[in-house]
Write a protein that binds this ligand. Sequence first.
Ligand SMILES: [Zn+2]
Length: 306
Amino acid sequence: MLRLYTHPACLQHEPGPGHPESPARLRAVLAALDRDRFAALDRIEAPRASREALERVHEPAYVTRILASAPAEGQLRLDEDTVMSPGSAEAALRAAGAVAAAVDAVFDRTASRAFCAVRPPGHHATADRAMGFCLFNNVAVGAAHALAGHGLERVAIADFDVHHGNGTQDIFANEPRVLFVSSHQAPLYPGSGGADETGVGNLLNAPLPPGTGSQAFRRIWEDQLLPRLDAFRPQLLLVSAGFDAHRADPLAQLELDASDYAWLTGRLVEIARRHAGGRVVSTLEGGYDLTALAASAAAHVAALLG
Ligand SMILES: [Zn+2]
């Protein structure tokens, strides 16, 4: 059983005209996951993240600031790319809450896997800083919830967004119970993610030069990232599913297509089946060409269905 977590509030986060992280992204993903082609999805309205869940990864003062910062009208700019609108705090609560609820669902066996179609994305948000379109670090909230709420000892996060998940890395750099593996373009925003960034031996970064295509992408996962995940024997596999390494994406220069996401997702599901009872919780990060995003997310979810 595959659960789809989303919430209408995630469409009410409005970074403003011309901003690439638009509500249209989520509308495109949900349209691609329509009830005809994806009748098997168990569609669930995402709950709000609890304060406790957020504070496992964010500074309490930061949580308070984000929840209080949504402007009554218009936009409030937190940095040059990260913006809050009147609906942003509620959207951010639902986005983080989706991942925590999905973790609960795969442990109480109401689902084996879940995809969280949510925004704002999360993997750039650090413990005390919004950045890169991200407010709360959704995948980190899920991982910390799995450790604290379910007593896990090994949680893996696979991040294939074209940008490095600097926030997730920062939050878990000293946490050996979390393995973070990432492929991303370099050089590119946010500038972190060098192969020499290894944390306490729990980070594996694979920077890829602009122009990297399917073959080289699959090889680096096959040779480096997947074996590391397999050796870690995760009890839960979380995925930061950004689709902006697609060749059509306007924000980066990798050359993937939707079939690469299907392939990698299938390989991740195999590892989860081997070690984690099949448990995978994936959450939407980037992806800014609407057609490519829709096709890639559909390929990813189809592979999660297995
Ligand atoms: Zn990205």
